[in-house]
Design a protein around this ligand. Structure first.
Ligand SMILES: *Cc1c(COP(=O)(O)O)cnc(C)c1O
Length: 419
């Protein structure tokens, strides 16, 4: 009988770094059409719009009545972080040491918040000791003890900030985040009492779920936070309303950002904490419009287009979650049919689950060799790429275009899969 003594660990090579390619163009930042015409790329091309990201960040910062922490996981590309910083973002919500190291390397002035409720011990020590991280989130007594012990072990003193994450009931978000993290109300109140004694700054947080279209979700969550805070009976310095702020997709038109901020401001006022600060942790809302991906059609079979990126690449949410993204066809030097038709996309891997149903509305005569620019992919696009089946190569260029935020959508009735 043989005993397995070592684990054949073949870590899934996450992503090969996207190769930057900007130099061939006379303009500092070309347009997407110029890039495609010149390079005629057979690999996906990520088109980054730093100007759009900076402007979006500026608008959010101006409108939100508190501190804005960018959720780094949404898109950790250095050029994206740089653009956000240019737009005024100084607070970063990190969930891992690599995220923390990157932000600290790039921005000595950044305030980094370690917002993962379950952290490695060594990560806590390094964050505190080497990167000046002072704020940590938790949702259990075990994690509170872990944070206290590891920080004490460093021997470095500082003003500890502790944020207790509250569990929310399942809400109206497209991407539910309840169930995995967050303490139930009674536990959260106990944690606030326990944490008050050792925290210079004490707060509560929650996450309503990603791409949450309903402003009332924040009102309900803030009311629940109020119950927890009253039950705890301790002073609160921070109320963190999390991320989840939605963006537009062809079939999802969210209310204006002001509607969300108004609910948050009212809900916050009702808590009656005049000295507390308000925080938000947006990811998607800051960066979705800031990048698109150009894919090439490698075959067409009726209403199915075989393209060179898919669910194991940057179109994970288009496949797994059925998200629809705005699209436009690129055919350098050629004209396109006026008639628009609904298509679905197959990704390049051999997995039959590598499909993006859409529908994606494109010219009726789209064919092998044409390119498709897929917009709103600055959020949860490039960062989810894997090396599965060898399709891990993509390029990244910085472009000057306006974002591809909407494509004509003729309503569900007229959408039909091309014959
Ligand atoms: C993912 C995440 C965010 C960002 O969510 P968006 O829906 O992209 O705004 C913020 N905070 C936490 C704790 C997260 O896990």
């Amino acid at each position: 009988m043989s005993v397995v003594t070592s684990v054949d660990a073949r870590p899934r090579a996450a992503v090969s770094p996207l190769r930057r390619e900007v130099s061939d163009f006379p303009l500092r930042r070309p347009t997407v059409d110029q890039v495609i015409e010149a390079a005629r790329p057979e690999e996906p091309v990520h088109c980054l719009r730093p100007g759009v990201i900076a402007a979006t960040a500026r608008d959010f910062l101006e409108a939100f009545p508190g501190d804005v922490l960018y959720a780094v996981k949404c898109n950790p590309d250095p050029a994206v972080l740089r653009a956000l910083h240019d737009g005024g973002v100084r607070h970063f919500d990190c969930a891992s040491l690599p995220e923390i190291r990157r932000v600290r390397d790039m921005f000595p002035d950044a305030v980094i918040h370690f917002m993962h409720p379950v952290k490695a011990r060594g990560a806590i020590r390094e964050a505190w000791e080497r990167h000046g991280v002072r704020d940590f989130v938790l949702d259990s007594a075990e994690e509170l003890a872990k944070i206290r012990n590891e920080i004490a072990a460093t021997g470095v003193s500082g003003s500890l900030g502790l944020i207790v994450r509250i569990a929310l009931p399942r809400g109206g978000a497209k991407l539910d985040l309840s169930g995995k993290f967050g303490a139930e109300a009674d536990v959260a109140a106990d944690l606030l009492r326990a944490a008050r004694g050792c925290a210079k700054t004490l707060g509560v947080s929650f996450h309503v779920g990603s791409q949450c279209l309903d402003p009332l979700a924040w009102r309900d969550a803030l009311d629940l936070a109020g119950q927890v805070i009253r039950a705890a009976g301790v002073a609160i310095d921070v109320v963190d309303v999390g991320g989840g702020f939605p963006v537009a997709y062809p079939d999802q038109e969210p209310p204006a950002p002001g509607a969300f901020f108004a609910e948050i401001e009212e809900g916050f006022d009702r808590l009656g904490l005049p000295r507390a600060r308000l925080w938000a942790e947006p990811g998607r809302a800051l960066v979705a419009s800031g990048a698109s991906v150009v894919v090439q059609v490698q075959a067409r079979r009726g209403g199915m287009l075989y393209v060179n990126d898919g669910v194991y690449g940057s179109l994970s949410d288009a496949g797994v979650l059925g998200f629809r993204y705005p699209v436009r066809m690129l055919r350098p030097g050629g004209s396109a049919a006026e008639q628009m038709v609904a298509f679905s996309l197959f990704g390049p891997t051999c997995d039959s689950a590598d499909v993006m149903r859409g529908p994606f509305v494109l010219p009726a005569d789209i064919a092998e060799g044409d390119w498709i620019e897929i917009g709103q992919l600055g959020a949860y696009g490039a960062c989810l790429r894997t090396a599965f089946n060898g399709f891990d190569r993509a390029k990244i260029v910085e472009v000057a275009d306006k974002p591809v935020v909407g494509s004509p959508d003729f309503g569900a009735e007229s959408l039909r899969i091309a014959a």
